[in-house]
Design a protein around this ligand. Structure first.
Ligand code: ITT
Length: 204
């Protein structure tokens, strides 16, 4: 069976693929199709946006769809950038520009006040509608400069206290053991297993 991931972010897709390894599903994404509708991501929460992504695509494609919405919350910035993480530095945003904006905004803020959290919501939907939404989070600190080359987004700034290193320095093997995405997808595996069990019962 196919699982269509409602994303255009290839780095995010790579992580999702690695975290779903072992499931008997063919994982595709939006760029595998050329006729997908635009997704209007106007939810105020990660959960709402994940559901919008999954439902918009599932209704159109009539397939099992996984929507994922994620981002960074920085405590000293009133939990910004939050759901606006991907485009935090405005039109033409890039990971580099977004990271520089965070560093500028935290200038002079001491390490102990640089607490941050990654959040991830995962929604599952099919042609009949939303099946469920689950989420996960991961705590860290925002470093004083970019360090490391692995991962994407804010990973070069996101320091895991236990290691004193950023996710971009630690690499995906360690990130996959503790990340917001790992925690949300672990719960989503449960949702998928229950869904597939019901699906197989109905179709046999
Ligand atoms: P899609 O909507 O097509 O899935 P997107 O990148 O726009 O792609 P989001 O709206 O969910 O996805 O925004 C996620 C942003 O949050 C992402 O672009 C990064 O800036 C940040 N982010 C989320 N998870 C991250 C992670 O594991 N590491 C680094 N940054 C992350």
């Amino acid at each position: 069976m196919e699982l269509l991931v409602a994303t255009r972010n290839k780095k995010k897709l790579q992580e999702i693929r690695e975290l779903l390894v072992g499931l008997d599903l063919k994982v595709t994404f939006l760029a595998d199709y050329n006729d997908m509708p635009e997704i209007i991501e106007d939810g105020k929460t990660f959960e709402a946006n994940a559901a919008i992504k999954a439902c918009t695509i599932a209704q159109y494609a009539k397939k099992l769809v996984l929507g994922e919405d994620s981002g960074l919350e920085v405590k000293a910035l009133g939990n910004r950038p939050g759901v606006y993480s991907a485009r935090y530095s405005g039109a033409g945003a890039t990971d580099k520009k977004n990271n520089l904006k965070i560093l500028r905004e935290l200038k002079g803020v001491p390490l102990k006040k640089r607490a941050a959290r990654y959040r991830c919501a995962v929604a599952l939907a099919d042609a009949k509608g939303l099946i469920g939404v689950v989420s996960g989070s991961c705590s860290g600190l925002i470093g004083f400069k970019s360090r490391g080359a692995s991962g994407f987004g804010y990973d070069p700034l996101f320091v895991i206290e236990k290691y004193g290193k950023t996710f971009a320095e630690l690499g995906l093997l360690i990130k996959h053991k503790m990340s917001h995405r790992f925690k949300a997808l672990k719960k989503a595996r449960g949702l998928m297993a229950r869904y597939l069990k019901r699906y197989l019962q109905v179709s046999s």
